[in-house]
Ligand binder design. Structure first.
Ligand code: NAP
Length: 490
């Protein structure tokens, strides 16, 4: 394989692969996808826990530009089906030959003189690329924050995103730490198998019904017609967009309706008023991810499932000690404790013009222009970057906007015979000032701890509005917001 490319994409998850397919569709073949793991799929490769599924309807969780849409078997895609569809996408779009597995990038440095990115892998490979596209995602570094003593545990313990399929849970005393989007999918799946299950909840979450089901043969026939599938996708899109009001702090009809639905689900599924009290959040709806889950509460109602709301003090050899001094004994502990989401970089070092370090620039919180470009980092584009996560709709839709934007940038670069585009500092500043102002009235700014924001309350992960707003913001690349570098040293 050549080590010089027009484009290098970091990450063979659904985001990076979608970008690669769009490049190919534009006739671009000089690109490489660098993937640290030994297989593709990103989050859908890593998360193989029992019950792993998408909480966005399958028709809305796929790229509109893909001319061969998957024939989804059910309303909400489950991990094996999503993974298989990603494999088929790679094959159909001829991407396999562009992917380098076991290629963990440690450093990417902009070479001013050469007008290219120099990308180094942990194993010592060096790749040059005119454009560097970061598609490493937001949710892939397991977090165990606030849980000391894990190494002392005598049984088996693992994170939800590193599921140990070799550990048989049958007849075991199992703990699940956490009750977020991953935990609520795991708990109902394993409750029947284990001897006892204890769920450690630090804060409650709002739940709305999922009503997942397989599509019947008639529906499958209907959706094999691309026009009908498109209609279905558009209907889900419109429905999710109408939920954006539920991501606001101030009372409004959509938010009120969400509170009503969440309360009704809890009241219907949990007859015990004491348990109901524990399961009703004390923070505004939308501040953390609203969980689309209707099998979790019923699982908690089982005699062999217990909800513990005492805070965890530490993991001990026998199990988990809570702050009231009780030692809860377990054979297996599952940490469904989420991910380190705020650094956006992990151990990756990215150095831009004049030796600027992205880590330094982001030390008070990751930020970018439209979540895509960063001043001082020419020809560097982020996918699912800072402030592009959503609470109400599908990330696939945001990625589609980002692909279009990157392709516009490529065309602008050519039209201006430029070596590189660098977003202007004032444009990026203005954008972020306005974004943070808009975020102040969203539910994400409410009084809760979430993976969307720093301890100081700076929201680094979420977009402030609807997908339509983001489509509008990214529709037309504003050339005046960019410096066109005519020669690399200019
Ligand atoms: P998460 O939402 O961050 O949940 C982590 C859970 O662990 C929370 O309940 C958290 O409590 C708890 N926790 C963390 N540290 C703790 C500690 N020291 N003591 C006690 N509890 C602790 O992580 P996740 O469930 O893996 O989901 C992360 C994101 O992945 C989701 O928001 C979603 O965007 C995505 N996801 C999506 C799907 C899907 O269906 N598409 C499925 C899974 C995940 P607190 O709430 O108190 O912090």
């Amino acid at each position: 394989m050549s080590d010089e490319y027009k484009v290098a994409i970091l990450g063979a998850g659904i985001g990076g692969l979608g970008m690669a397919a769009r490049l190919r569709m534009e006739g671009e073949t000089s690109f490489v996808i660098l993937e640290k793991a030994d297989a593709i799929g990103g989050t859908w490769r890593e998360n193989t826990y029992p019950g792993a599924a998408c909480d966005v309807q399958s028709h809305l969780y796929w790229y509109a530009f893909d001319d061969e849409q998957p024939n989804w078997s059910r309303l909400y895609g489950q991990q094996p089906e999503i993974r298989a569809n990603i494999d088929s996408f790679v094959e159909r779009h001829g991407l396999a030959e562009h992917i380098r597995l076991d290629a963990e990038v440690s450093r990417a440095t902009w070479d001013d003189a050469g007008g290219a990115w120099v990308i180094e892998t942990v194993s010592g490979e060096q790749i040059r690329a005119e454009l560097f596209i970061g598609a490493w995602g937001q949710l892939n570094r397991p977090s165990f924050k606030g849980i000391p003593g894990r190494e002392s545990f005598r049984g088996e313990a693992f994170h939800s995103a590193q599921w140990r399929h070799d550990v048989d849970l049958t007849g075991k005393r199992v703990a699940v730490v956490g009750n977020g989007a991953s935990a609520v999918q795991i708990v109902p799946e394993i409750a029947e198998q284990v001897a006892s299950l204890t769920v450690f909840q630090r804060s409650a979450n709002y739940h709305v019904p999922r009503m997942d089901r397989p599509y019947d043969p008639e529906e499958l026939r209907t959706f094999s017609d691309p026009a009908r599938l498109r209609e279905s996708r558009e209907a889900f899109y419109a429905e999710h967009e109408s939920w954006v009001g539920a991501m606001q702090l101030e009372s409004n009809p959509v938010l009120d309706e969400f509170y009503r639905i969440a309360r009704e689900l809890l009241d219907t599924q949990v007859p015990d008023p004491v348990l109901r009290e524990k399961l009703w959040p004390d923070y505004p709806l939308g501040c953390k991810r609203v969980l689309v889950a209707d099998t979790y509460y019923p699982a908690l109602m089982r005699d062999d499932v217990e909800l513990v709301t005492d805070r965890i003090a530490e993991v001990v050899p026998e199990g988990i000690r809570t702050q009231d001094g009780t030692v809860h004994e377990f054979d297996v502990v599952v940490f469904a404790t989420g991910f380190e989401t705020l650094s956006f970089l992990g151990s990756l070092e990215i150095t831009g013009r004049d030796g600027r370090s992205l880590r330094d620039i982001w030390q008070d919180g990751a930020h970018a222009y439209l979540g895509i470009t960063v001043n001082g980092f020419p020809n560097f584009f982020l996918l699912y970057g800072p402030n592009t996560n959503l609470g109400h709709n599908s990330i696939i839709l945001m990625l589609e906007c980002q692909y279009d934007y990157v392709l516009q940038a490529l065309r602008a670069r050519e039209a201006h015979s430029a070596v590189a585009l660098d977003v202007r500092a004032d444009a990026m500043q203005r954008y972020n000032d306005q974004l943070q102002e808009q975020l102040r009235s969203t539910a994400f700014a409410g009084g809760c701890n979430s993976w969307y924001k720093t301890a100081e309350g700076h929201i680094t992960n979420n977009w402030s509005g609807s997908v339509d707003d983001y489509r509008q913001a990214t529709r037309q690349l504003q050339v005046e917001d960019y410096e066109m570098l005519q020669s690399a040293t200019a």
